[in-house]
Design a protein around this ligand. Structure first.
Ligand code: CIZ
Ligand code: SF4
Length: 303
């Protein structure tokens, strides 16, 4: 099937099955363009909880589809590529959190939404990179455990000196590998460009940035500032929206290594197959889902 027919078939199947397609900002351009909603995980999880479609096709990685299922347990949630996962989400597990809680029962746990349903179930509240600061500040306790991203955690820690934030040793393999030297080289090549980076980048990169934010915040910032050129320090999929929104502005990626292999697994054909064959359905065990929902709902209430 050629791409044009594939797109038509996807539209037909979507109607027939009463489905909605959600795509993360890191997906390939063709997948973003066919989606009903494109965004970060916060926006997508909010949309997932509001939609009245019967089927949600989630073009993203496993934890995102899982969150959509937790928020919409009566809908069928499909992840088009069954092994699209997030290595960072796998850097913490429920057993380790239970051990921590046995030792420190009074320290609340904030988990980045890039985590499994089991981890969300053991946590007190979730956050995304868009709302992490607000969430951590809202917690009454003066000590907090932040899992799993040490980079987002230490970025928040800098801004909330009144709390002791205990960090986990997780990191995003895509963002963490960018170095300060690469940022400096990009700046040398494009001296007039502003540097916009994601808080999943390591500390030396964050320190060199003019603006630090989630993908949604970077997209918003580039749109509203008058500046004409930008050095981008987040997953390259975001360039698609940035260039669509700002055809006259220039965007340079710090490094081609800012490519998340898992986010790039989903093709148009996978979306087509997902709709055609109802694959791959994501389910979350009821007891875990209920507890994870508490953490997600606490977050949504504050954001
Ligand atoms: O929260 C998300 O969607 C992620 C993983 C990144 C971002 O900043 O949008
Ligand atoms: Fe996980 Fe990083 Fe890929 Fe996001 S970009 S899905 S945090 S590995």
């Amino acid at each position: 099937m050629n791409e044009k027919d594939m797109i038509q078939e996807i539209q037909n199947l979507k109607k027939e099955k009463n489905a909605v397609i959600l795509a993360h900002n890191y997906q390939i351009p063709e997948v973003q363009d066919i989606a009903d909603i494109v965004g970060d995980s916060l926006k997508l999880s909010q949309e997932a909880s509001k939609t009245d479609a019967e089927v949600i096709v989630f073009a993203g990685v496993h934890f995102m589809a899982e969150s959509a299922k937790i928020l919409s347990p009566d809908k069928r949630v499909l992840l088009p590529v069954y092994d699209a996962g997030c290595p960072m989400a796998d850097m913490v597990d429920a057993k380790a959190l239970r051990m921590f809680k046995d030792k420190y029962p009074d320290i609340p746990i904030v988990c980045y939404v890039n985590s499994s349903a089991e981890v969300k179930a053991e946590s007190d509240i979730c956050c995304t990179s868009s709302n992490a600061l607000k969430i951590v500040k809202s917690i009454k306790a003066d000590k907090v455990l932040f899992v799993p991203d040490q980079n987002l955690g230490s970025y928040i820690k800098e801004q909330v000196p009144e709390k002791e934030i205990i960090l986990w040793e997780g990191y995003c393999i895509t963002h963490h590998r960018v170095s300060g030297t690469e940022v400096e080289a990009a700046k040398k090549n494009h001296p007039d460009a502003l540097i916009l980076v994601h808080p999943e980048c390591n500390e030396e990169v964050v320190k060199l940035a003019d603006f630090v934010g989630s993908t949604a915040q970077i997209i918003d910032f580039a749109k509203r500032t008058e500046h004409e050129s930008f050095i981008i320090g987040t997953e390259m999929g975001v360039l698609h929206q940035l260039r669509k929104d700002n055809p006259d502005k220039k965007f340079y990626l710090i490094s081609p290594a800012l490519t998340c292999y898992n986010m790039k697994k989903t093709s148009l054909e996978d979306i087509y197959n997902a709709l055609k064959h109802d694959q791959y359905e994501i389910n979350v065990e009821e007891e875990i889902s209920k507890r994870a929902l508490v953490s997600l709902e606490r977050m949504l209430k504050i954001s």
